[in-house]
Design a protein around this ligand. Structure first.
Ligand code: 13P
Ligand code: SF4
Length: 336
């Protein structure tokens, strides 16, 4: 059995749902989580959609099946709720590329610049930022800032290159960080999958190392414009239903294939790089979700002064653009 196949355990699934109801807990899962973790969640989505769910929920407890910065963001948005991360090893290599001291030094080099931080950052970095954004609304956030204003965009260089290209702004300074999973999806993978599936549409996450080369190939006419879309994970989930294509090459973390296949059973999905796997997302398993609810751990809290400074930037992100998270159970099913 591979990591892409659901390790169904109906008894464990039922125990989690029963305890979640008892604790008045909502379970949120990112699109990269293991299939069986996605299937036990109340909502599955991208970072933006899950932040919105965390801000809006009336549950007492949020079990965050994602990575640490996502749970921290939920704790900042819902300071009176208990936010649990099932495994503290759920980090993020991209968030680790910049800390608050490095950002303060960068700001000192560009006095007066507006700081836009991708949500994949620590709470301390967000506290030094004016706006947060996700891949789902980065362009909308940049467009909300006056054109003459210098911007420091961090920490992902490929997403930074994407927003510079789309907005046409020269005054965006980009931090040279990258996600090891997405940087590993490079032009070589795209060229190989393209020759194997010539009619397929590309769905590409803007953190990918191949995003720039695919856009260049579109500009050069080597790939049809409608044959390549740069999208957040939730944007990728929505695209197949809107497209006439029946085959899609997916350039992002492979956990997303579970939802794509389940929600589009007549279409075909091929990983651009079938080794593009985020180990941080995969540390969360069903037994750990149950353990989190039983022991009410690991509680994610953010010091009040840092949370207060980070909240404005995060609230701006939540308010601007993007796509909502969806329930795997459908709108009327409470998920029991
Ligand atoms: P999304 O915001 O598109 O869900 O991406 C989150 C992430 O961690 C990408 O690696
Ligand atoms: Fe971080 Fe990359 Fe994993 Fe996303 S895929 S959580 S950016 S390490």
């Amino acid at each position: 059995m591979t990591i892409l196949e659901a390790h169904h355990d109906p008894a464990l699934h039922a125990a989690i749902r029963a305890l979640a109801a008892e604790r008045k807990a909502v379970i949120l899962a990112h699109n990269y989580e293991r299939p069986e973790v996605q299937d036990v969640a109340d909502y599955v989505g991208d970072s933006l959609g899950l932040s919105r769910e965390a801000a809006a929920t009336d549950a007492d407890v949020i079990v965050f099946c994602g990575v640490h910065f996502m749970a921290e963001t939920a704790a900042i948005l819902s300071p009176h709720k208990t936010v649990l991360l099932p495994d503290m090893a759920a980090g993020c290599s991209l968030a680790a590329t910049i800390d608050a001291d490095q950002l303060r030094a960068w700001k000192a080099e560009h006095p007066g610049a507006v700081v836009v931080s991708y949500v994949n950052t620590t709470a301390e970095v967000k506290a030094e930022s004016d706006y947060c954004c996700t891949s789902g609304n980065a362009v909308d956030v940049i467009n909300a800032i006056p054109v003459e204003q210098d911007i420091l965009f961090l920490p992902d260089m490929f997403l930074g290159a994407h927003v510079r290209r789309i907005t046409g702004r020269e005054n965006i300074h980009v931090w040279m960080g990258e996600c090891h999973v997405h940087a590993g999806i490079d032009p070589e993978h795209i060229n190989r999958t393209r020759s194997q599936h010539p009619g397929a549409e590309f769905l590409i996450h803007p953190e990918c190392g191949c995003a720039t080369s695919v856009v260049e190939a579109v500009s050069a006419g080597a790939i049809a414009k409608e044959g390549a879309q740069i999208l957040s994970t939730e944007g990728m989930i929505r695209r197949p239903a809107q497209s006439d294509s029946d085959t899609f090459i997916i350039a992002t973390e492979i956990g997303i294939l579970h939802r794509l296949r389940r929600e589009n059973p007549t279409k075909h999905f091929i990983a651009a790089n079938d080794r593009a796997q985020c180990a941080y997302m995969k540390v969360t398993t069903l037994p750990k979700v149950l353990g989190a609810l039983q022991r009410m751990e690991h509680r994610i809290t953010v010091p009040d002064d840092i949370a207060a400074r980070a909240r404005t930037a995060i609230e701006r992100m939540v308010a601007i653009g993007g796509t909502p998270a969806t329930s795997p159970f459908g709108p009327d099913d409470p998920g029991e």
